[in-house]
Design a protein around this ligand. Structure first.
Ligand SMILES: Cc1ncc(COP(=O)(O)O)c(C=O)c1O
Length: 406
């Protein structure tokens, strides 16, 4: 394994001033193999350099934001020129109207937009709008689905009141009967049904949405005069330039967006249909940085490029190249590799590897060969990944699977 002395020194210092040495799911040691770099120093296109100068073809894309690739000059230029004029002030700039118009024209169900900073702001805004609509408090969520680390969505926060999640009863994703049962048990008080574009729970094989399930969720929301809420924070723009359930012909009432919206500039969005506008108008919501104009300018440029260059089609093309290539290698080397999820957001694991021991060995081998994969989280492709990058990655996969014992 390649030594990473600068990373090791920073980790030691971090341990003294940051709980656990690092927060979040990229805490190396606690949740990721030791060989993973914790600290990075530079990024460009599909390439990422750790603090020790090791270069990687990156398949995490900052966990989603980098959809055009790191350091995109066009997006940087838009953000910088807005920032020079005005980024944050007592009120918004024209950019907020322009971006709202652009998103409303891009996303079929949307008639209005509210901008915030993080995905959890957007999912929380959806919850508030859904409740305000008919004054009903419960929002059904899929068991194990991630909608942010804020208290209502976070089931790993010791000391939270035992009632914290009473208003968020669960159902099983893609299971119509379990959704119907959750609806029956909470009938009369359902403000919303929250869904993910596909089952992208970390640590599990991914599962695409079943069209029957999507239609049932739509029907149950309508029958209960409740909102169907799509959390497109993670998948948004990679599968479709419309809301992700457009792929199965189902439109939500409310949708949450973030991550890739401005190619890394901090901004999230809540979109809603006309039916929910009045409810939203009764909710007080804001944040100190929610009018920030530079990320809005960056978002406008990002969306324009995604449309002009047909991002989902490009990601499908290179994603298939990666998936087919890895399938061929796994077959030839007789390795139980499991590739799930849409090809633009692949999850690569091994069958019968509950502790990810094979996954860790595989990913460590790839790191040493200049490829950054994740052993238990879905990954992300970007428009900066080229066919040559994919081919280089496949060479590293082949070489790694030749040398490690699985
Ligand atoms: C599906 C989904 N919803 C919400 C969030 C929360 O977004 P953020 O981390 O920007 O608050 C995430 C973040 O990973 C996510 O994947």
């Amino acid at each position: 394994m390649i030594e990473k002395p600068k990373d090791a020194a920073l980790r030691e210092r971090a341990k003294r001033v940051i709980p656990n040495g690092m927060y979040g799911h990229m805490a190396i040691g606690a949740r990721m193999p030791q060989n993973y770099p914790q600290f990075f120093s530079r990024a460009d296109g599909a390439r990422l350099w750790d603090v020790d100068g090791n270069e990687y073809i990156d398949y995490i894309c900052s966990f989603g934001p980098m959809i055009l690739g790191y350091n995109d000059a066009r997006v940087n230029q838009s953000a910088a020129s807005q920032r020079e004029r005005l980024d944050i002030a007592n009120g918004p700039t024209e950019a907020v109207v322009l971006l709202a118009e652009q998103m409303v024209s891009m996303v079929s169900h949307a008639d209005w937009a509210i901008f915030s900073k993080n995905g959890n702001d957007a999912t929380t805004t959806c919850v508030m709008a859904a409740r305000a609509y008919r004054g009903k408090s419960k929002v059904l969520v899929a068991d194990g689905a991630y909608h942010g680390a804020q208290p209502w969505a976070n089931r790993r926060a010791p000391g939270a009141p035992s009632t914290e999640h009473d208003a968020f009863p669960t159902y099983q994703y893609n299971d119509v009967t379990s959704l119907e049962e959750a609806v029956r048990q909470n009938a009369g008080d359902i403000g919303g049904i929250m869904v993910s574009p596909f089952r992208h729970d970390a640590g599990f094989p991914q599962e695409d949405v079943n069209a029957d399930f999507a239609r049932a969720a739509r029907r149950l929301a309508d029958e209960n005069d409740a909102a169907l809420i799509l959390d497109d924070v993670r998948a948004g723009f990679r599968l479709s330039l419309d809301a992700s359930w457009s792929r199965v012909g189902v439109q939500p009432d409310l949708s949450a967006w973030g991550k890739a919206l401005a190619n890394g500039e901090p901004i999230a969005a809540t979109l809603g249909s006309a039916k929910f506008r009045d409810a939203m108008e009764h909710v007080f919501i804001t944040g100190s940085f929610w009018y920030q104009a530079a990320p809005m300018a960056a978002a406008r440029t990002t969306l324009t490029i995604l449309e002009q260059e047909n991002c989902p089609a490009y990601l499908l093309k290179i994603g298939n190249r990666l998936r087919d290539g890895m399938d061929e290698i796994a077959r030839r080397r007789q390795v139980p590799l499991s590739q799930t999820g849409p090809v633009a957001m692949p999850a690569v694991m091994f069958e019968e590897d509950p502790k990810f021991e094979m996954g860790y060995a595989f990913c460590n081998g790839l790191l040493d060969r200049g490829v950054y994969f994740h052993p238990w989280h879905n990954m992300f492709l970007s428009m900066a990944h080229t066919e040559a990058d994919i081919d280089k990655t496949l060479e590293a996969v082949d070489e790694t699977l030749r040398t490690i014992s699985i």
